[in-house]
Design a protein around this ligand. Sequence first.
Ligand code: OXD
Length: 331
Amino acid sequence: MGERRVRVHLATDPGVPWYYRMDREKLEAAGRDFPDTLRQIEASWSDEDEGFRRGVRDAEILIGWKFPKERLAERAPALRWIQLNGAGVDHLYPLDWLPPGVALANASGVHTGKSFEYVLMALVALNNSLPRLIGYQQAREWRKIQSGTLPGRTALVIGLGAVGSGAARAAKTLGMRVLGVRRSGRPHEHVDELFRPADLRRALPRADYVVLATPLTGETTGILGADELALLPDGAGVVNLGRGRLIHQPALEDALRRGKLGGAFLDVATPEPLPPESRLWDAPDLILTPHVGADDIERYIPHCLRIALENIRRDLAGEPLRNLVDPALGY
Ligand code: OXD
């Protein structure tokens, strides 16, 4: 009997820069660790809608991120599962387009390295009042703000998936005490004290810095609103590299304008792209980066493809897939 072959369609989003593109060279490079699996794949590629429609016609597995979803059951009758080139799946909800029985897996783990560095940068910057000092520099004012160091200060990391793990490791590396919020309550190697989401309000008053690293779901939307911000110590800092809507943005802006917060470092906003007329751009003590904090441009797609190949290997071996998304939980 011949070796089992599997039809895989790799759909790059139209117009993305080279580092988000999937191509044969990247697949073959990622496949060096999976030579048998690579041999069993019959791949097709697209980077525009027509090619996508052609490619999914007989595909069993789709690898992509923001592909056309309408009438997918009809267009891709053989589809069994979708491997996503990213972690947060909120852009796919509601899931009414998902053909019955088709599973979703994400690329959780792909952001850990960069999120470690981003949070390290954000904590150091906030603790050194960098956003305020940049403002002084732009105003050509030689004004001093002295600061202390981070060891002994407390970071609260909300969400301890792969991104939150990078964040917790960054805070630990900086000698901080780390509090974590995790739904499962499972201990984490870089977290000193764990809280369940229901106990968030007990943790907030102890947080010199809050890092948001949780997926956006019905439960986490607005998890940091006016009431939660009020519970933070005066001068606390906020870092967000999850999704903009985790924070009630007007409340955050207000807390910055009133000087309640010492500063904020945001990689995400509502909406994205943030329109030029948004008042958030001018909020004091804020550094805003345009959703670039967690993706390593050299390693991003190669890492996603290794995650995909490991799942295809599992699929062919009849083993359970990794990183399956629970449609009810939203991650
Ligand atoms: C993600 C992202 O993968 O925001 O969710 O990049």
